[in-house]
Design a protein around this ligand. Structure first.
Ligand code: ATP
Ligand code: MG
Length: 276
């Protein structure tokens, strides 16, 4: 039994412009390993991550033949039990930390809230633990950062704080949605290295969402390539050259490389036949 088991996951949205099939019958498993989901904008990566945590709101509809975490059926779990999993056993670093952090609470209060309320730690112990986590993501002046509000931090700092915050409960699975896309290239590499170490040290499972295939291949084990809501190719990250699918080959050939300029993504040649 894998940590996470997904079969035939589908997510639909009813919009004014008509129905949108954001995810169209995908399946994969994740163990204590690093799995990347790559694909261009709109391919369904974030929606996939959010449906694992049951964060897709109506009128969005999620169905699956299997959606299981550690043997528990996530589709039928009560909301109360789901809350115990969300943020505790499965954590998600959202694409934009600005929306994930509470703007009117200091970083320190946000980081220690759960520790104090849920785990009953004293203020002093909770603060010490939060500062430890900040140190783990290479933030050395933790005391100062704890007093800051989200808007007072740079993008890079915000991403690192998010990662630290998500790791406090020691989750079994971390879903990181473009956790470095807002960062400049040097900080990006730093944050990735930190994430990589933490995953290895803690034996967590990681789902890393990105549109940069080359980037993910450097520190993930497996890569799932998404196109129009489907998984069109599964690759061993060490062997990207084995990619067969023309869409994957397109991603490989025309994505900006690390250190290159980060202009808009080039438009790939596409064919409707790639997705059934
Ligand atoms: N709440 C919603 N209502 C309607 N459509 C939605 C909603 N959320 C997502 N979608 C649609 O679902 C599809 C997949 O979106 P998703 O956010 O998963 O893409 P993505 O692969 O994460 O893209 P990006 O790289 O830009 O983050 C898109 O067509 C998007 O417009
Ligand atoms: Mg996304």
């Amino acid at each position: 039994m894998s940590l996470l088991e997904i079969e035939n996951l589908r997510v639909n949205f009813d919009t004014e412009a008509g129905p949108v099939e954001a995810v169209r019958g995908i399946g994969f498993e994740v163990d204590r390993e690093r799995v990347a989901i790559v694909g261009e904008s709109g391919s369904g990566k974030s929606v996939t991550g959010r449906s694992i945590l049951r964060l897709v709101r109506p009128p969005g509809r999620v169905t699956a033949d299997t959606l299981r975490f550690d043997g528990q059926d996530l589709l039928t779990l009560t909301e109360r039990k789901m809350r115990a999993i969300r943020g505790q056993r499965i954590a998600m670093v959202m694409q934009d930390p600005k929306f994930a952090l509470n703007a009117v609470m200091t970083i320190g209060d946000q980081m220690t809230e759960g520790l104090r309320r849920r785990d009953g730690l004293s203020r002093r112990k909770a603060t010490a633990k939060a500062i430890d986590m900040l140190r783990a993501v290479q933030i050395r002046d933790g005391e100062r950062v704890m007093r800051a509000y989200p808007h007072e931090m740079s993008g890079g700092m915000g991403q690192r704080v998010m990662i630290a915050m998500m790791l406090i409960p020691d989750p079994d699975l971390l879903i990181a949605d473009e956790p470095t896309s807002a960062l400049d290239v040097t900080v990006q590499a730093e944050v990735l290295a930190i994430l990589d170490d933490l995953v290895k040290e803690r034996g967590m499972g990681l789902i890393f969402i990105s549109h940069d295939l080359r980037l993910v291949s450097r520190f993930c084990d497996r890569v799932l390539v998404m196109y129009l809501g489907q998984i069109v190719e599964r690759l061993d990250a060490r062997n990207l050259d084995a990619a067969q699918h023309p869409y994957t080959r397109g991603l490989l050939n025309c994505l900006p490389s690390i250190g290159g300029d980060r202009g808009p993504l080039p438009v790939l040649n596409r064919e409707a036949s790639w997705a059934e």
